[in-house]
Design a protein around this ligand. Structure first.
Ligand code: NDP
Length: 444
């Protein structure tokens, strides 16, 4: 790391000493943009790094709710409104026991860059709670969501901040959150995305992150004259992003052999078919079961741990942050993996990324490859403002175009001879857009 990068990072470390995930996300960006700052002093003179790494507003609030035994429970709610240089804050809500300020700040910081890459007018934010929706009744989830929205509603709106789903926040939670927002505000506006199609949602929003991830990987493969056809694919996670990454990879002729959850992974040597994937949709979205049930039903193997020791051509990490470390990267490389495209946010640790880049395989950071979800959310915002809706085909065409443009932006700023550094490309393309917008708007 250069002297300047180190100085800039130390400033951020000093201000945010107990936030490892946030610092990890910032470090990657600073490393990539430091050479630009050395060449063009405008950014240093306007103190852009300190301004960009300080959230515009952070809200932390109490969420009291009543469980099925009539006991009052208390969780902690958060919304990090990080940067609005390009548009209203936009980013998901995560409900998971691991949620804390560091994790939400890293997610919100990444979101600023991701949203800039989509080319759409959306700023960056993220929120959530340490509430765990697993093993809760529908009534408990509704009680929690209504209480959460009682407070959050004071800070969001279609032109201010537009939350969506993330881990633990699917269509059910979005429904309860939107219903309460509508009651409190007495208005039906697009203040939340990820809504069901019947009441203002966009066609293809559930599919968008996973499909977009595979479209991005297709573009990367094309640079090597390769495709998904007949490739073996390893996927982690079995939630929204994993399910639709799996579906699209199968449609493109790949053999997907793993899916996982926090208890372990299934290995289906024959490949997950469309029919078997229907069972995963039912298992995870309705029954709320464990992925091991897949192994029991289809008579394949289940292992505790992570799937990265499985031989594959393409790996799609789609579960959570830092789920793939240096040793996992070594295993993947040893077994011939040629392409890693992140469906999750920051699933690969920094030394895993270094290993992929040193081996010169195709590697895409989530802020580029999983941007299709938020891009489609921005399309949902447009449809809500216009009081109209587009067909799945129209949305899919727009999604494909957006993923292709993000790929082009990464190549423009990340190409070095035969090698494309997608991390550098994504960070620099987004940085120029955000930093220039901030400078245009004065001391903000
Ligand atoms: P879901 O809640 O639908 O699924 C999450 C999946 O990841 C589950 O299979 C879950 O298993 C697994 N998982 C979560 N935490 C862990 C952990 N600590 N260890 C192992 N497995 C874990 O979430 P999404 O699919 O929506 O999100 C997945 C990732 O994609 C996240 O990083 C999210 O930020 C990112 N993302 C999501 C977008 C979206 O549109 N939904 C958009 C862009 C990024 P279990 O059920 O056992 O917890």
């Amino acid at each position: 790391m250069s002297k300047l990068a180190n100085e800039l990072l130390n400033q951020v470390r000093k201000k945010n000493p107990n936030e490892p995930e946030f610092l990890q996300a910032v470090e990657e960006v600073i490393e990539n943009i430091a050479p630009l700052l050395e060449n063009d002093t405008t950014y240093l003179e306007s103190n852009i790094v300190e301004r960009l790494t300080e959230p515009e507003r952070t809200i932390i609030f109490k969420v009291p709710w009543i469980d099925d035994n009539n006991r009052i429970q208390v969780n902690r709610g958060f919304r990090v409104q990080f940067n609005s240089a390009i548009g209203p804050y936009k980013g998901g809500l995560r409900f998971h026991p691991s949620v804390n300020l560091s994790i939400l700040k890293f997610l919100a910081f990444e979101q600023i860059f991701k949203n800039a890459l989509t080319g759409l007018p959306i700023g960056g934010g993220k929120g959530g709670s340490d509430f765990d929706p697993k093993a809760k009744s529908d009534r408990e989830i509704m009680s929690f969501c209504q209480s959460f929205m009682n407070e959050l509603s004071k800070y969001i709106g279609p032109n201010t901040d537009v939350p969506a789903g993330d881990i633990g926040v699917g269509s059910k939670e979005i429904g309860y959150l939107f219903g309460q927002y509508k009651r409190l505000k007495n208005e039906f506006t697009g203040a939340i995305t990820g809504k069901a199609f019947n009441w203002g949602g966009s066609n293809l929003r559930p599919e968008a992150t996973g499909y977009g991830n595979v479209y991005f990987a297709q573009h990367m493969l094309k640079t090597k004259k390769e495709t998904f056809k007949d490739k073996t694919v390893v996927i982690s996670g079995s939630g929204n992003v994993a399910q639709y990454s799996c579906k699209k990879a199968i449609e493109l002729g790949a053999k997907v052999v793993t899916l996982s959850d926090s208890s372990g992974f299934i290995y289906d040597k024959d490949g997950i078919t469309k029919e078997k994937l229907q069972f995963v949709f039912y298992l995870k979205n309705e029954k709320k079961g464990r992925i091991k049930d897949y192994a029991d039903k289809f008579n394949c193997q289940f292992f505790e741990g992570k799937p990265w020791g499985t031989s594959c051509d393409i790996a799609l990490p789609c579960a959570t942050q830092n789920e793939l470390d240096k040793n996992d990267a070594k295993e993947l490389l040893k077994n011939g993996c040629m392409c890693v495209s992140e469906g999750a946010n920051m699933p690969c640790s920094p030394d895993a990324i270094t290993a992929f880049q040193n081996a010169k395989i195709l590697y895409a950071p989530g802020k580029a490859s999983n941007a299709g979800g938020v891009a489609t959310s921005a399309l949902e915002m447009s449809q809500n403002s216009l009081r109209m809706s587009w067909s799945s085909k129209e949305v899919d065409e727009k999604l494909k175009l957006i993923m292709s443009q993000i790929h082009d932006a990464c190549v423009k700023y990340g190409k070095n001879g035969d090698f494309i550094d997608y991390v550098k490309g994504a960070n620099i393309a987004a940085f120029y857009k955000i930093a220039d917008s901030m400078i245009d708007q004065g001391v903000v």
